[in-house]
Ligand binder design. Structure first.
Ligand code: BES
Ligand code: ZN
Length: 458
């Protein structure tokens, strides 16, 4: 089986491949919002049909939440499992989009052509790079170079609640020699990457209740404790003046960076000024004495992701609210234990409550950090294949994001996960006007064709 005609086929099929991606992007598969349940189902159906069109035996598998899509196709080389997610983030604030998030189009920008739409980069465009590489292999050679299992999830953006039971129940069917995950980014537009560390994620929603009902702030303000005042003091106290998180025991299990890794990262020549400059910032916040790259790739953090309470509509209302709440997330590294941190955080909040106030907590996922082992020979084969496609050689990098399944592949299926993706920092994932560079889509597809070819030979 030969590679060059596969690459040519990818080049000539780019317009059709883009049209197929646009069809998938038109389905508003927002997993976190129950109103879009039927759309998540429709996206799964679309993927089953698309896999079937390239000779993959695929089916939609029910879960208590949104369905999984599983497919199998035989081939001579090693057995790989490919993972991507078809669910997307909510689109709000909708008024900040320049076009309908679910009416994707190719746009010409100063930096080249992009496909604009929710999910274009996270993760439908990335998922389709692998499917399109398989389509081209099949069209040119009549078969695929490796045995492949496909696993597409519909709940990644809402904390993967059905994933662990599904992996456990279907372990025999899903186990492969190595897992390939396409849900990460390039190091920069010239340097492709294999991501070797992901941060863990702990989500906590805290609601402070004060008075038994909303009150007139002129009649009750003063004697009545305002829950917004309590909540904001708690949030302000999450970090000390040096940027460290103050929750007791938070840094237990956080390793210092080894000099070797520090040197490797230094050699990447990360442009710290441009990284912040591109989003309108100039001064690093966060822990003093740490570089931005270190903060993202190897340090734990705490962020308030949303605050609710009182009157937030147009105009003004003099209300003293009964409740105020915040969504708070912790990114974790090393051996930090998400469950221990959850308990510590809750206790720490309770200790700060004034008389008459109570706190209620709702957890939103708790996954530890994961570090990939890269000793399987498929890693070096893939790194060389990536280096053949992009201007500069591929790098091993860290990531600040979280993809819980990478750790579960190791723990539940005893399978190493190879994280390769083609997203860029300016793709605006989870934000308005999300896009995926056409170059990411095209060269990403070509990269997978090369990687499959290389893995087939190990
Ligand atoms: N694709 C991202 C993860 C990611 C982001 C990898 C940036 C590399 C760089 C993934 O879809 C995601 O957004 N994950 C969530 C976690 C989930 C449990 C909600 C995240 O990181 O917030
Ligand atoms: Zn995401």
């Amino acid at each position: 089986m030969s590679l060059d005609p596969v690459l040519s086929r990818i080049d000539t099929d780019l317009t059709e491949a883009t049209d197929r991606l646009k069809a998938l992007l038109r389905i508003p598969s927002i997993s976190t919002d129950p109103a879009y349940k039927a759309d998540c189902d429709a996206a799964a159906d679309w993927l089953v049909a698309d896999l079937a069109s390239i000779g993959v035996e695929a089916s939609k598998r029910p879960t208590p939440g949104h369905p999984m899509v599983v497919g199998h196709v035989d081939g001579p080389g090693p057995h790989v499992l490919f993972y991507g997610h078809y669910d997307v983030q909510p689109v709000d604030p909708l008024e900040l989009w320049d076009r309908d998030p679910f009416d994707p189009q190719v746009e010409d920008t100063a930096k080249g052509k992009v496909i604009r739409g929710r999910g274009s980069s996270d993760d439908k465009g990335q998922l389709m790079t692998f499917v399109e590489a398989c389509r081209a292999w099949k069209a040119v050679n009549g078969a695929l170079p490796c045995k492949i299992t496909f696993l597409f999830e519909g709940e990644e953006e809402s904390g993967s609640p059905s994933l662990v039971p599904f992996l456990k129940d279907n372990a025999d069917e899903l186990k492969a020699d190595v897992a390939l995950i396409c849900d990460t980014g390039l190091f920069d537009s010239r340097v492709p990457a294999i991501t070797t560390t992901l941060r863990g994620l702990l989500g906590e929603e805290v609601t402070i209740t004060g008075p038994s009902k909303d009150l007139h702030s002129g009649m009750y303000g003063g004697p009545a404790m305002n829950p917004i005042r309590v909540l904001s003091r708690i949030i302000a106290g999450l970090h000390d003046d040096t940027g460290r998180v103050t929750v007791p025991g938070f840094y237990d299990g956080v390793p210092e960076l080894s000099p070797e890794i520090a040197a490797q990262w230094e050699a990447l020549g990360f442009d710290h000024a441009a990284f912040l400059g591109d989003v309108g910032l100039g001064t690093p916040a966060g822990e003093q004495g740490r570089s931005a790259l270190e903060m993202i790739w190897s340090r734990p953090t705490c962020e308030a992701n949303g605050i609710k309470g009182g009157y937030t509509g147009d105009g003004f209302k003099t209300v003293l609210p009964s409740k105020a709440s915040a969504k708070i997330s912790f990114r974790l590294v090393g051996q930090q234990d998400p469950h221990a941190i959850r308990e510590s955080f809750r206790g720490w909040v309770e200790e700060q409550l004034p008389p008459d106030c109570t706190a209620d907590f709702q957890g939103h996922g708790a996954s530890p950090a994961s570090t990939m082992s890269i000793t399987h020979p498929a890693f070096e084969a893939a790194r060389e294949a990536l280096s053949d496609e992009w201007p500069d050689p591929a790098a091993y990098i860290g990531s600040g994001g979280s993809i819980p399944i990478a750790g579960y592949f190791q723990d539940i299926l005893q399978m190493d996960a190879m994280l390769i993706g083609f997203g860029k920092d300016d793709d605006a994932i989870h934000s308005p006007n999300e896009k995926y560079d056409l170059e990411s889509f095209h060269k990403g597809t070509r990269s997978w064709a090369r990687i499959l070819n290389a893995i087939a030979k190990v």
